[in-house]
Each structure stands twice: as C-alpha cells, then as structure tokens.
Design a protein around this ligand. Structure first.
Ligand code: AN0
Ligand code: CP
Length: 314
C-alpha cells in the first residue's frame, strides 16, 4: 500500500482489524520499524484526536514527527494547472508537495470540505494533488469527502464490543449548530458495507448522503424505528449533500436516554468532538453504554497499523 486515501486501500478488513487488536496488546513491539524515518503532518483544519493519535502512532513505531498548521502558517497554495499566479496564492502545490517530500518519508494531511461547492469538494483537490505531486506515501487525516482513519478505528471498536449475533448498527444523524462535512459519515457508511452487520442509516428528509456511497444501504426516516433492537448507535451530524452545505438544528433528532431505551442496550459511539446537550444528552454520553473514549483510544492503533503497512512496503 502506497497511500491511505480511503478505506478502499484496505485489502483485507478482517486481517487489518485483527492485526490492530493484536498491536494494541503490545504497541511497542515494532519500535525499530520506523527508526530514522520522518512523518510530516500537515493540518489545514483543527484537530485533537487525529493530531495526537497519529503522532503517538508514529512514536510507537520509532519515527520522528514534524507537524505544521498550514492555514495561517504555510504559504497559501495554488492548485490550478497553468494558473497565472498574480492573485492571493503564493506557492503551487507542485512545489509544496515535492519540497515536503525532501524532508519526510511519509506525509499525512487534513483538509476538510469547504461546503461551498459540492463538485469541488468531491473532486478532493487538496489530497489528490498532494498524492499526485508528492514522491512519498500520503495518508488522509480527513479530507473533503472521507475520514478513513476514523472508519478503521470504528471497525476495530465495533469488533471489540460486538455481541455474538450479527450486530444491528445504526448511523443516526443528529442536530448541530454549524454545517459539518459528510466525511465521517461517508467513510463509516463505506466501512459498514464491508462488515458483517445489519446496517441502517436514519436522518431527516433532505440529509441523504451521496447515493454512490450509500448504494443499497436501507434508510429509515423514523429515528425511533431505526433504534429498535440496535446493538450500536453511531451518531454524527452532517450537512446536506443534496442542498449542499445546509445545516439543521432540529432538536427532535437529539440523542436522548429515552431513545436509547428503544435499543438492545446499544453501545453509543461518536467520533468526537461532540456538542453536549445539542447532539446528545449528558445522560447518554455519560452512561456506561458510551464507548466514545475507548473509540478515541483506538485512533492510535488504526493510525499505527496504517503506518506499519506503509513502512513495511516502502
Ligand atoms: C469535523 C467533521 O464533522 O468533519 C471533524 C470530525 C472528526 N467536526 C467538526 O468540525 C465539529
Ligand atoms: N475524530 C477526530 O478526527 O477528531 P479530531 O478532529 O479532534 O482530530
């Protein structure tokens, strides 16, 4: 594997999940694999988990880590081919990606959707240009349309907590005051189609994800019906794909204790960060069924597994 751009880069999901669970038992067993190698992390957006867990993963493999906040600190980048660069952008991605490749052995990038132009976001300009012009492997730390490190984390976490029977997993939309990308939901939906699960998505009308991602996954517009007998409730807000970037604060979709009672004692998951008492009530996130911290812990092992695969190949 050269790049980890989407979950399609996972060749055998079962093997990867099992390997990550093994790695978690002895996270320092490959401490020499990354010796004298450097990973560069470029952030075009904020982060807590991705930033720290990816650094931790690299350190566990003995790598050196360089981190840069690109927005405000890097030169503003031009992506257009043949552009006469007499406007705001100071440097072309062609040079930037090649220059970073001189200093690093692996590159990881976070660049969210701008939520202004659907076609542009879904073209994945930033990640795809870095992949094209960098001469080293590139890892997606949440791009415009996907968050594959989060989805791998979620697969690991579900494997750890799943019941003996085939689990029912619900992805529920929840309200949010700001318009958020579809990236986390997209990658989770792709991941669920690769897992042995009874998977259903619930969201208000108008919040359908891209059909090329949801394919045949059932959509239940009645949230309470969707929650019935669920073993996992995975909550995430996303803005509209059809009315691109439109948000909704419809509080009737907030996750409450009453709704969780409809489930089969479901585990509650969220990628975090989450706004308490807007997306989800305190009583749910503070309950024993909430596994959000364990889930966040698994970010390290997802990143470490991806890095290990890349180091072994390159
Ligand atoms: C981001 C999102 O929804 O894509 C990052 C989640 C990991 N969330 C926020 O900006 C709150
Ligand atoms: N879940 C996640 O990616 O969190 P951060 O945005 O804090 O990195």
């Amino acid at each position: 594997m050269n790049n980890y751009f989407s979950i399609q880069d996972i060749d055998s999901l079962d093997n990867w999940v099992n390997e990550a669970i093994e790695m978690k038992k002895q996270p320092l067993s490959d401490k020499t694999l990354g010796a004298d190698k450097t990973i560069g992390l470029l952030f075009f957006n904020p982060s807590l988990r991705t930033r720290l867990s990816t650094q931790k993963a690299a350190l566990n493999l003995g790598m050196n880590v360089i981190v840069m906040n690109f927005t405000g600190e890097g030169w503003s980048l031009e992506y257009g081919d043949g552009t006469v660069m007499d406007q705001g952008n100071s440097e072309h991605v062609k040079e930037a990606a090649q220059v970073v490749s001189q200093y690093c052995d692996v590159l990881a990038i976070r660049a969210f959707a701008k939520l202004e132009n659907r076609e542009e976001d879904y073209q994945e300009k930033v990640l795809k240009n870095f992949i094209q012009y960098a001469t080293i492997p590139v890892i997606n730390m949440e791009s415009a349309t996907g968050h594959p490190l989060q989805a791998l984390t979620d697969a690991i976490t579900i494997a750890e907590y799943k019941p003996i029977h085939k689990p029912k997993i619900v992805l529920s939309w929840a309200p949010h005051p700001k318009a958020l990308p579809q990236a986390v939901a997209n990658s989770f939906v792709e991941m669920m189609q690769r897992m042995d699960a009874d998977f259903v998505i619930t969201h208000p009308v108008g919040f359908e994800l891209a059909s090329q991602i949801t394919n045949e996954v059932p959509i239940e517009y009645n949230q309470e019906k969707a929650f019935k007998d669920a073993d996992f409730v995975y909550v995430k807000n996303w803005s509209s794909y059809t009315d691109y970037g439109k948000s909704s604060q419809d509080q009737s979709w907030k996750i409450t204790e009453e709704k969780m009672k409809l489930t089969n004692d479901a585990k509650f998951m969220h990628c975090l960060p989450v706004r308490r008492n807007v997306v989800i009530d305190d009583a749910v996130i503070d309950s024993d069924n909430s596994i959000v911290i364990e889930q966040a812990n698994n970010r390290t092992y997802a990143a470490q597994l991806v890095l290990k695969k890349i180091l072994e190949k390159n």
